[in-house]
Design a protein around this ligand. Sequence first.
Ligand code: G3P
Ligand code: MG
Length: 243
Amino acid sequence: MKIFGHRGASGYAPQNTISSVRLALDQGSDGVEIDVQLTKDNEVVVCHDWIIDNVSDGKGKVSDFALVEIKKNDFGSYFLEDFKGEKIPTLSEVLEFFPKDIILNIELKIKGKSRDLVAEKVADLLLFHERIENTIVSSFNHSSLKKIKKLIPEIKIAFLYKRCISTINKDISDFGMDIYSIHINAKCANKEIIKEIHNHNKKVYVWNSNDIETTKKLYDMEADGIMTDFPIDMKNALWKYIT
Ligand code: G3P
Ligand code: MG
């Protein structure tokens, strides 16, 4: 079962920062998940929240800042003084150092009319950085995945689900394009749903598993991977469990 750092190793470093991504890599994650959205000047930045109030010393919407302005905020010290001065990263900055042999899961955060533009901008960056092979693009907004798949037919895409819904089988069949994986909420994970998704030949990644018991259960249910804020702890626990 693969272990993905969720927003990097966000239990130990400020979420979605370069430090957090680097730490997830140092902790031996098999993959790293990050969230992306657009600034006012349509730069792709790595950030989960629509507003920066809870993840920086600034205030306001990501989409109201130009890149040069949002970069002036401190995205580290709210978490821990040691991370003071940490800037919001662009996707490009992550792609510059992210190892090609580790899976990068880019979650498209979509709001309003940004859907196609986010997908286009991310596609451009993936092509420019030659980062297609070990990348999974996921989103709760499945139409945005259609857009990126049209632009890069070989890209792996993943449906994200927040709620425990019964339409997964139908959604997969209706989509009309190849989906690589289905990312379900840990609250909704059970042996049956995982088996059903496997019957469609799709991988199942579960978000989030931040405790050892849940991680062991998901391993027993044959989930293909988990997202966690604590990659090193889940890796160690799993290793002990299976050896
Ligand atoms: O990709 C899994 C997970 O990150 C989805 O939820 O809100 O943490 O982006 P969220
Ligand atoms: Mg996410």
